[in-house]
Each structure stands twice: as C-alpha cells, then as structure tokens.
Ligand binder design. Structure first.
Ligand code: NAD
Length: 462
C-alpha cells in the first residue's frame, strides 16, 4: 500500500470510528461491558490461533504466549468488566463553603477515538491491553499492530472484527508509511508502544492536533543484587525475567549490578538456572524464543564480537536463536553497557556496593523498570526512595505485571503514562469536574458593586 492510499483508507476508517463515538453508542455501560466480555472470549477461544501466530513470529513457547499475551489480556478484560460500574460512577469531591450549597463530582467521560500502535515483542498484548483500558473508558479504538510480527498482526486483523463491534473497533495493518498516514489524522489520544525514536515521531505528529499521548518505551532496566540476597532464588528469577521471549521484553532486567564477592556466587547460579531451564543445548530448546528478525539477530551477534562470554554465546543464524548468554564486565562504552540489549545477553557489571549501583542508575536515562534483590528492608526503602524508574520490583523480576492496580509505564526516556486497571481507565477518560449549585440562597456578596463589607465577608468565608 502506498502512503497516500494509506492516508485515504485511514481517513475513511477514522471517520467511521468518529461517527460511532459521536453517536454515543460507545458511552453506555452495556456497550463497554459487551466489548470487554467479547475481548475476553476472543482470547480464550482463539488461544490456539494466537499461539500459532506468536510461534511463527517469535518462536514463542505456548505457555509464554498464554501467560503473557492471551491469558494476560483475558485477565485484564475480565478485571475491567467486573469493576466497570464502580469506575464509571461519578466521584464526589468536597465542596468548600464558598460554593455551598453545592455538590462537586468528577464525571468520567470517554475521550472519543483512541489510536493504539503496538510493538512486535508482545504483538498481541501491546495492542489489546491498551484496548482494554480504551474500551472500558467508552472509546472507539483504532488498532495498529506491528508489521514486524506479521502473523500476529494478521491474526488480529482477522479475529478482532469477528468478536468486537466492527463500527467501534478497527484494525489497520501496516508499517511506518501507514502509521505516518494515521498520525496525520486527529485522534483524541494515542497510545504508542515501542522505541524512543518512533515515540518522538508519534509525539511530534500528535502535537499538530494537541492530541495527548501515552508512550510505553524501553530502556536499560537495571537489576541490583545485594550480598545478603538468596543468590539461588535471585538467579532463577533474573534468568526467568531476562530470557523469557529471548530477552525481548521491555521490562526484562537488562543488566545486573553486583559487588565482586557476590558476583562470584551469582554468576555460577545464573549459569545453573539457564541449564536447568533450557538444558545443555539451549538452541534446541522449545522453551527459548527466537530473535524477531535477521537485523536484530545481527545486531546482537555484533554486540558479542570480541567478548568472551562466561556462559552461552552460541547462535544459529538459520533459526535466529541465540543462547542465553552471560558476559562479565564488558568494557566501558561497549554497546552492552550503553544500549538497551533487547536480547538474551545478560551483562553482569561489577559495582562497589549499593551507593555505586544507585549512582550508576541515576547517571543514565530513567529506566522502565528497576530491580533490587535484598533481605535488608532499609536498603529496599533506599532503593525505592532514591532510584527514578517507571516501575520497580524488589526480590523478583517482571512480577508487577501480574498486579492489576500497578500501572505499567515509564517516565522520562522510558515513556509517559501508565496502563492497567483503574489507572488505565482514568488515563483514557476525561474526569470532567462538575459543580452542581443549589438555587438558594443567592448571596449578593460576590456581585458588584464590590464594597468593603462584602470583601470582609468573603475573606471570612475562604
Ligand atoms: P518501533 O518503535 O520500531 O515500532 C513500534 C511501532 O511503531 C510499530 O507498530 C511500527 O509500525 C511503528 N513505526 C515504526 N517506524 C515508524 C515511523 N517511522 N513512523 C511511525 N510509526 C512507525 O519499536 P519496536 O522495535 O517494535 O519495539 C522495541 C522497543 O519497544 C524497545 O525499546 C522496547 O523496550 C519497547 N517496548 C516497550 C514496552 C512498554 O510497555 N513500555 C513494551 C514493548 C516494547
């Protein structure tokens, strides 16, 4: 499709969605509940179809496809549907004496049409999890899956119209040209998941229309292991969070920060966890996903050039698989130390205790997630207080994604705006402040002519 054709069809689709939103149909609790129920049903009934697509795009194991994509979205949809009535209810807020008699409320109302642009690493979840929030908030939604996960994109284009209101939810497939065409149109909110580079393009385009954006970006999520941590448990949890989806997870621990003595216990424990998870021939393991495409495979292989991994390092260009790999202390300035890795390579970087670890983290871009393993509650408190990050988990990795009321989102370079649960609903609603005043008494105090006596009384009322 050339870009101008993309523009035309984008306009047609957008107009249809806008008409649906304007008709008021998407506002009703029934429509929202029906859409959320249908979305949940789609994830359950089409688990196998989505699973096959995810296996084709990323070699994703069925269990991971279920846990992190289909069951994840189904769970979010169910959670939102069950709480919808409460979320939609106007929220009373206190009314001061000066506005009495009166009642003040925040009334959630839909924004209109929301554009969701997904990423390839969790190609179903990054499209449909924001859709849960958008639908719960009563919006029409345009979904743009990533072209780099073509089977998942096609599955969404095929299945979404079968389950969801075709006038209120549409899927547009395509790459950069189609997305740029979409971005020229005026949406009421844009949710983008992906790289900071494209995040900037999205935000610039949105600025033309003063459209608010939610950006779910990436970054180098650090993982600090303290000497008092249970190293065996920490190693398992780090290896699990890192090597799931072959490291192509936005909140995967990017690298480990550890002191020299703890490193000597941690590295063998990490190697042991990798062997226990993926066996002695990880490239043949059905539980190890592949790298999404040749360009990313080559990027990761280049990053390993000239280094001597202490574990792994094997790769297979034919299947785009790279072994879970551990590298200790790559040189300063190396890509593994400076860029988000987004692959199954775990650098273990030696630091001089917690102060040094925190200084290093704070010296870089704000990460999407930060992890600390320690039994020391004071150290945990310090980490929470002093480290800027989108999200945090102490003594585990990734598990915050299972908590519906912990919104998923970054800050600074890792994005803006959080999703999930009530926060997702509120992000894609406008909480309209409404004051309802009583008719009587209608005090003359505030009306001109202004006198000294009125001024004195008004000061007392404040
Ligand atoms: P990407 O930015 O290359 O692509 C994401 C989307 O942007 C795709 O739908 C693509 O079609 C579109 N796109 C690409 N080029 C474009 C252009 N020039 N103009 C307009 N649209 C364009 O990102 P990616 O490589 O798919 O994702 C990797 C990054 O995403 C990593 O940094 C990762 O950490 C991050 N990520 C973040 C989250 C999160 O929830 N915060 C989740 C998944 C991935």
């Amino acid at each position: 499709m050339d870009a101008s054709a993309g523009e035309t069809s984008a306009d047609v689709v957008l107009e249809a969605l806008r008409a649906r939103a304007r008709s008021g149909a998407t506002r009703s609790a029934d429509w929202r509940r029906d859409q959320l129920a249908a979305l949940e049903r789609m994830m359950i009934e089409c688990e196998a179809e989505f699973g096959e697509a995810l296996a084709a795009d990323l070699g994703k194991p069925a269990l991971e496809a279920w846990a992190s994509e289909t069951a994840y979205v189904a769970g979010e949809a169910r959670y939102a549907r069950r709480r919808l009535r409460g979320w939609m209810r106007p929220r009373p807020v206190p009314t001061p004496a000066v506005a009495q008699p009166g009642a003040s409320r925040l009334v959630p109302e839909p924004l209109g049409v929301v554009l969701v642009i997904g990423a390839w690493n969790y190609p179903v979840q990054t499209v449909l999890a924001p859709a849960v929030s958008a639908l719960a908030a009563g919006n029409a939604v345009l979904l743009k899956p990533s072209e780099l996960a073509p089977a998942s994109s096609a599955a969404l284009a095929r299945l979404v119209p079968r389950y969801l209101d075709p006038d209120g939810v549409r899927v547009v497939e395509g790459g950069a040209a189609e997305t740029e065409a979409l971005l020229r149109a005026r949406f009421d909110h844009i949710v983008y998941t992906g790289s900071g580079r494209v995040g900037r393009i999205v935000m610039r385009a949105a600025a033309e229309h003063l459209t608010p954006v939610t950006l779910e970006l990436g970054g180098r999520s650090p993982c600090v292991v303290m000497p008092d941590a249970d190293v065996e448990v920490a190693a398992r949890r780090i290896a699990w969070g890192k090597f799931m989806n072959a490291g192509q997870t936005c909140v995967a621990p990017d690298h480990v920060l550890v002191d020299a003595a703890t490193r000597e216990r941690l590295v063998p424990a990490l190697a042991g966890a990798i062997r226990a998870f993926y066996g002695d021939r990880p490239l043949a393991s059905p539980d190890l996903s592949r790298i999404v495409n040749r360009a990313h495979f080559d990027r990761l292989c280049r990053a390993l050039e000239g280094l001597a991994p202490v574990h792994g390092g094997g790769r297979d260009a034919a299947t785009l698989r790279i072994e879970p790999t551990i590298v200790v202390d790559p040189p300063a300035g190396h890509a593994l130390v400076c860029d988000e890795i987004f692959g199954p390579i775990l650098p273990v970087l030696t630091v001089d205790g917690l102060d040094d670890a925190i200084a290093r983290i704070e010296g870089g871009d704000t990460p999407l997630a930060a992890y600390l393993f320690t039994r020391d509650r004071a150290a945990g408190r310090r980490f929470v207080d002093e480290v800027r990050a989108g999200m945090m988990c102490l003594n585990d990795t990734l598990m915050f994604t299972t908590v519906p009321e912990l919104p998923h989102g970054g800050r600074g370079a890792s994005g803006m705006g959080g999703f999930k649960g009530r926060a997702g609903f509120e992000r894609l609603s406008h909480l309209k402040p409404v004051l309802r005043r009583g008719w009587w008494p209608d005090l003359a105090l505030r009306y001109p002519p202004y006198t000294d006596a009125k001024f004195r009384w008004l000061r007392r009322l404040r």
